[in-house]
Design a protein around this ligand. Sequence first.
Ligand code: PLP
Length: 304
Amino acid sequence: MKERGKIWMNGRLVPFKDAKVHVLTHALHYSTAVFEGIRCYKTATGPAIFRLSEHVDRLFKSAKIYSMKIPFSKKEISEGIIKTVQASGLKECYIRPIAYYSYGVLGLTPTPNKIDVAIACWEWNTGESSAGKTQGARCKISSWLRIDSRSQPMQAKAASNYANAALARVEALKDGYDEAIMLNYHGKISEGSAENIFMINKGQITTPPLDAGILDGITRDSVIRLARAEEIAVTERDIDRGEIYVADEVFMTGTAAEVKSVTEVDNVAIGDGKVGPVTLKMQKVFYQASRGMDDRFSDWLVPI
Ligand SMILES: Cc1ncc(COP(=O)(O)O)c(C=O)c1O
């Protein structure tokens, strides 16, 4: 990671190298943190943050689920995000706000600790999410089941959800795949390790519903809205593992991944094994909307 600009910590911009936490920080030991991943894109009228208010809302919802009272208002966090991007001088970046139980009392109970908030941003080079952008990603159905909301609230974007996701991701990479697809406790398709999933049949899109134990992805919501605006039907329903193998097309969505095509699952070619026309269309319309090239969705972008 290139250290560039500053990091916002509890309301102050501090130099990148000074944004440190104590080794006995509660969140480091017990995963008591909630966070967001947000993108700032270069547009013709300057850098703009994609769906900022939705991300800030989700951060506060995640915190509420974990009884964390963020000691800043949504407005203050939004302004902090904008200031952090401005201080970086970057035209495009990935932004990571995080709220966490801090240092003070180290036992399982988090609540005696104060909540700290940090916001960082850095240059995004597609790195781990490059597969699926220009050629299709090869995915593996993970042997790890996606944790279920009976065990952990999956609507929260909580650090604790990502141990399960990391196991799936690492297993897929070790087995020579690009990404994992996880089943839920009912054996239905849930999501990737950091993406929502969609399949296409006869030009129509299907995606698992939120009660499949998935994150309420902001890119998922954007793609559903874009598809409907393009008069492509979208249905939310449970998807069986077998349906994925015989789908015409499969793609995944996420802030990092954007719209990434999947052309192989468990060594089975999806459709003809090439990136399909609906995926290409959704990649194009998402690109245009996120880069300020689609007036219908200009309110998704906050100029900085
Ligand atoms: C588990 C999981 N599902 C889905 C997503 C996609 O969500 P979003 O589009 O809001 O980035 C993410 C990414 O943050 C994720 O981590």
